[in-house]
Design a protein around this ligand. Structure first.
Ligand SMILES: C[S@@+](CC[C@H](N)C(=O)[O-])C[C@H]1O[C@@H](n2cnc3c(N)ncnc32)[C@H](O)[C@@H]1O
Length: 455
């Protein structure tokens, strides 16, 4: 059947094919990224028309212009309406799209549906940036969102001194982009093609408009593999020293932006570190999986003796420096250990402590790891609960998105039964507020921190 081509005049949005690289327009990377492909079209032809399952909007019509357009099928439209920012290849009826750039979304009958950025060949080919069909997406949309993300965090920051996450990807309307601020430098991670192409422009903006000294790209993690992006670390703008010092609630810390874990350290736990210091009892505490000591330092400043446990010697060396520089060296002992084995040995030796923080790395990185991860979390919890004196408290954390809050609490329940302890939940929290949780994007709510007391 031949379907009539739609008139471009029906579309409320201006044709702006040449200007969708966000802040990277003009850069080589943006130019590469703007190559149009039809990779989203199912089947082998250049275009494949929507093949017409019953739809409120009728059959798909081919795009009438060369502007990159993706026509969603009915399931895609429904998912878009549900608010999740990721659309998959099987939500697409037809598309002539732009790898790394912005594409216009349409429903099956050519009804405008908003805008998305595109990664050809990715498991997440479309990340929605605007779902209001009536909204314009100005050429500087990414810069405007960056400015807004910075503005939203400004109130909570002592300029030039603190650290926080400035951009939390989709939850800040900037897909795949993470920017962490340490005093006056930022460390950026780009997890999709659009973010990779946009990164140099984002970095320039942070330096030129927000007064940062420099911006570094730490694109050296598994988060790049989904879009098949190369690994590497590169200076994007200004200058970034080998070490940056920052303060949090009166504690001075240093990060190595070029080589520290993630972007340098774990900013998502900042508020939970303070919470643990308020809630764990005095006495002897274990900071298990301590990294560079966010929890240990706060616990020690509250007067406790802390054993800080981690398998990374460089992280512990940094912690030791932090302890010395904050006058806490006498209260913190570091141990280079495998925490699983260390806790088992302590239980076997009949040790007891007053407080424990358990903050392992994500034990379920993929959905398929879930069952194994649940067993590992339970093992840790059982050992920790056995180690606590009556009245002792445990802060158990998980940064595995694939383990839900409910499942994590269920693990604690099973651990309490195995350890034969009464366990009272005193609070459940998530990541620091600079990591906003967009409710329609569960992936932005990955961190769980459960505080319990044993009877
Ligand atoms: C999520 S990070 C901890 C963050 C830290 N609690 C903070 O607030 O900054 C996980 C840490 O676990 C360490 N680690 C990973 N596997 C380990 C193991 N089996 N035993 C000890 N440490 C381990 C890593 O080196 C890393 O520092």
């Amino acid at each position: 059947m031949t379907r009539p081509r739609k008139s471009a005049a029906r579309r409320p949005h201006k044709h702006r094919k040449e200007k969708r690289g966000g802040p990277t327009e003009g850069s080589d990377r943006a130019a590469d990224a703007s190559a149009e492909t039809d990779a989203l079209a199912r089947g082998s032809g250049r275009r494949r028309w929507f093949d017409g399952d019953a739809s409120d909007e009728g059959d798909a019509a081919p795009p009438a212009t060369d502007e990159p357009v993706v026509v969603l099928d009915r399931r895609g439209v429904k998912r878009l309406a549900g608010g999740h920012p990721w659309l998959f290849a099987d939500h697409v009826a037809v598309g002539t799209v732009r790898d790394g750039g912005v594409v216009r979304l349409e429903g099956p009958a050519g009804v405008p549906r908003g805008w998305a950025v595109h990664s050809a060949g990715s498991r997440i080919p479309l990340r929605v940036v605007e779902r209001d069909p009536a909204a314009e997406l100005p050429d500087d949309w990414a810069v405007a969102r960056l400015d807004e993300a910075v503005r939203r965090r400004a109130d909570g920051l002592a300029p030039g001194a603190e650290a926080c996450r400035l951009v939390h990807g989709e939850a800040d309307g900037l897909p795949g982009l993470v920017v962490d601020l340490y005093a006056d430098v930022a460390v950026l991670q780009a997890g999709c093609r659009w973010a990779d192409a946009a990164a140099p422009g984002i970095a320039r903006r942070l330096v030129e408009a927000h007064g940062l000294r420099g911006v570094l790209a730490r694109n050296d993690g598994p988060f790049r593999t989904l879009d098949d992006l190369p690994q590497g670390t590169a200076l994007l703008a200004g200058e970034v020293p080998e070490e940056v010092s920052w303060t949090h609630a009166g504690i001075v810390r240093r990060v190595d932006p070029w080589g520290g874990q993630k972007t340098g350290t774990y900013l998502d736990q900042r508020e939970n570190q303070r919470w643990a210091a308020e809630e764990l009892p005095p006495g002897h505490a274990l900071d298990a999986f301590c990294n560079d000591g966010g929890f240990a330092l706060h616990l020690a400043r509250g007067g406790r003796g802390v054993e800080a446990l981690d398998s990374s010697r460089p992280a512990l060396e940094r912690l030791e420096r932090h302890a010395a520089e904050n006058g806490l060296a006498e209260r913190i002992t570091t141990r280079t250990v495998n925490v699983f084995e260390d806790l088992r040995a302590r239980v076997a030796a009949g040790e007891h402590v007053d407080g424990i923080v358990l903050d392992p790395p994500a034990l379920a990185k993929r959905k398929g790891d879930r069952a194994k991860a649940l067993r590992a979390y339970k093992e840790l919890d059982v050992r920790a609960l056995r180690l606590l004196r009556p009245g002792g408290r445990l802060l158990a954390c998980s940064c595995s998105f694939h383990v839900s809050r409910e499942e994590f609490l269920e693990v604690l329940r099973a651990a309490a039964a195995d350890a034969r302890r009464d366990v009272f939940v005193r609070g459940v929290r998530g990541a620091a507020p600079c990591h906003p949780h967009l409710v329609t994007f569960p992936e932005s709510d990955y961190l769980k921190a459960v505080l319990v007391e044993v009877g």
